[in-house]
Write a protein that binds this ligand. Structure first.
Ligand SMILES: Cc1cc2nc3c(=O)[nH]c(=O)nc-3n(C[C@H](O)[C@H](O)[C@H](O)COP(=O)(O)OP(=O)(O)OC[C@H]3O[C@@H](n4cnc5c(N)ncnc54)[C@H](O)[C@@H]3O)c2cc1C
Length: 151
């Protein structure tokens, strides 16, 4: 006698086959210093607040700027105006900025500013073989990037 195969039959057979082929996995080992203890609830209290900061997230309808500009024999590469997205965009934007000096003879180079844009640019320029000096008005704790937890 022929019996029609229904969708339910197929799913039941598939489920049984999967269950019979499953081998219980051992729990993966944890990196050093980690434990399987449940996380402790954070102790949230005003006494634990160490700092309150406020910063601007300037909106630029025109978007950010990454471009080279020549002044006689000097090349200035602009990398600014990221508004509320500078932390996310920093590495990519600074990679675009460092492209502007690609092919030039490496040597000493100045980076102005030590926010997330300056620091990522400096690091990428170092990787590309440049000797970088950062000139900055404010260092971490006093930059917008720091207020936004980006450095
Ligand atoms: C509260 C808040 C939340 C944010 N949240 C996010 C987020 O979730 N995700 C995100 O992607 N972005 C976020 N942003 C935006 C992001 O923080 C900025 O886009 C980014 O930090 C800008 O980086 P920057 O290096 O261009 O500028 P800055 O961090 O302002 O750094 C500028 C640097 O240039 C120096 N400088 C300025 N003038 C001079 C001068 N005349 N001479 C020498 N040095 C000078 C300053 O001292 C500083 O070192 C947030 C911003 C704020 C304020």
């Amino acid at each position: 006698m022929m019996k029609a195969i229904t969708r339910r039959t197929v799913l039941t057979l598939l489920g049984a086959a999967t269950a019979s082929s499953c081998v219980p996995l051992a729990a993966p080992s944890l990196p050093r210093g980690y434990s399987r203890q449940p996380w402790a609830a954070p102790r949230i209290s005003m006494d634990n607040v160490i700092r309150e900061v406020v910063g601007h997230r300037p909106y630029r309808p025109s978007g950010f700027v990454v471009e080279g500009e020549r002044f006689d024999d000097k090349l200035i590469v602009h990398n600014y105006g990221h508004g509320g997205g500078g932390i996310s965009l920093a590495w990519g934007s600074s990679a675009l900025a460092t492209r502007e000096v690609r092919g030039m003879q490496t040597g000493e180079i100045a980076v102005i500013g030590s926010g997330v844009m300056g620091l990522t640019s400096a690091r990428l320029l170092q990787d590309a073989g440049w000797q970088v000096t950062i000139y900055t008005r404010d260092v971490a704790r006093h930059t917008t990037s720091n207020v936004a937890a980006g450095e």
